[in-house]
Ligand binder design. Structure first.
Ligand code: SF4
Ligand code: SF4
Length: 341
């Protein structure tokens, strides 16, 4: 059994490395005048399983492994086609940078932003606009342009609610593939209007998405480290398109910060995570960001089970209306204030 698990972990990690690394290494080498991560940047979360599958394997032991080989076989055709779409999307995100050559426009008309929102909606994507702080670029990575269109695409509730069955994992892979495709279409949309664009693919991207999306006012990260939004709760994948359009209508907001307070009194995901990967007390990093997940525990479970998503399924924001949770939270807060004051 251990051999099999090891093989699954190694092949998941190495297929990711094989897809991303050749394009990314070439891009980073050639990106001489790019915007770089800074001393406060965090490494990309997947670096732990890219570099030490053995150590990751040791963390989990065999007790939590529940790889369903028969199910994996029955899903294999669909999975292969999705993985192929992800591969093509990642490749296009790097190769299409060449199409920026000769594009010089840096100011958009008022009407452009509405057209862009409509186009994103047609592709099942919700967007926000923000400037990228250097500390949200992953350590050692670079981006070409300072402004970001942050993209969110929903994962189907009916599939996520099957977690930890493989169907939930397949759904998250589906959205990685489709969001990658949509991000490339949005970059093309920008280029067709005369603007430069660079795609950061949802899988193995260049920036810390949940915090960038929170900065863009789309939502706020929960204790499971995933973004929680009014529209999709914790059920979305994220990506970005960078551009140098100067008059971007930033959507920055702190409106959803209350979610962090709600989370400190909830903790359901911490309790229900099958691998004990969600930290009871998040680690506050030097740059002020928080580490909430132990990737060495989450990834083996995720890989050997071909998906997990239990933390998404049990989150109250997946189960109840966002507005109802906010109303109840606000009511309780008002009551406490009244009593203490
Ligand atoms: S995906 Fe699963 S293993 Fe990973 S943090 Fe969420 S519940 Fe835990
Ligand atoms: S399950 Fe509870 S603690 Fe975890 S992210 Fe959701 S609301 Fe926050």
């Amino acid at each position: 059994m251990e051999k099999l698990i090891k093989a699954v972990i190694s092949s998941s990690s190495s297929s990711l490395v094989n897809i991303i690394a050749p394009f990314e290494i070439r891009y980073l080498e050639q990106c001489l005048n790019c915007i770089e991560s800074d001393a406060n940047s965090s490494p990309r979360g997947d670096s732990v399983f890219f570099t030490s599958p053995d150590e990751v394997l040791k963390e989990i032991g065999e007790k939590n492994i529940r790889l369903d080989i028969e199910k994996l076989k029955s899903n294999s055709e669909r999975l292969l086609s999705l993985l192929n779409k992800i591969k093509e999307g990642i490749e296009e995100s790097f190769t299409s940078i060449n199409e920026n050559e000769g594009l010089t426009k840096t100011k958009a008309d008022e009407s452009f932003w509405e057209e862009l929102r409509d186009f994103a909606r047609e592709n099942s994507v919700v967007i926000g606009f923000t400037r990228v702080p250097r500390n949200l670029i992953f350590k050692g990575k670079k981006i070409l342009y300072p402004n970001a269109i942050v993209l969110a695409m929903e994962m189907e509730k009916s599939e996520i609610n099957k977690a930890p069955e493989q169907d939930a994992g397949v759904e998250s892979i589906r959205v990685y593939a489709e969001l990658g495709e949509a991000a490339n279409k949005i970059a093309k949309f920008l280029r067709n209007h005369g603007f430069k664009a660079q795609v950061s693919h949802p899988l193995g991207g260049l920036v810390l998405y949940p915090l960038l999306a929170a900065k863009a006012g789309l939502g706020y990260p929960g204790r499971h480290g995933l973004l929680i939004t009014p529209k999709f709760g914790p059920r979305q994948r994220l990506a970005a398109v960078f551009t140098d359009i100067r008059n971007m209508p930033y959507t920055d907001s702190q409106e959803h910060k209350w979610i962090s307070d709600f989370c400190s009194n909830c903790g359901l995901c911490v309790k229900e995570c099958p691998s004990g990967a969600i930290l009871e007390t998040p680690i506050v990093n030097q740059n002020g960001t928080q580490t909430t997940i132990d990737q060495k525990k989450c990834f083996p479970y995720f890989a050997t089970n071909f998906g997990c998503s239990v933390c998404i399924k049990v989150c109250p924001f997946n189960i109840m209306e966002h507005s109802k949770i906010k109303e109840t939270y606000q009511h309780k807060k008002d009551e406490i204030l009244k009593r203490s004051g």
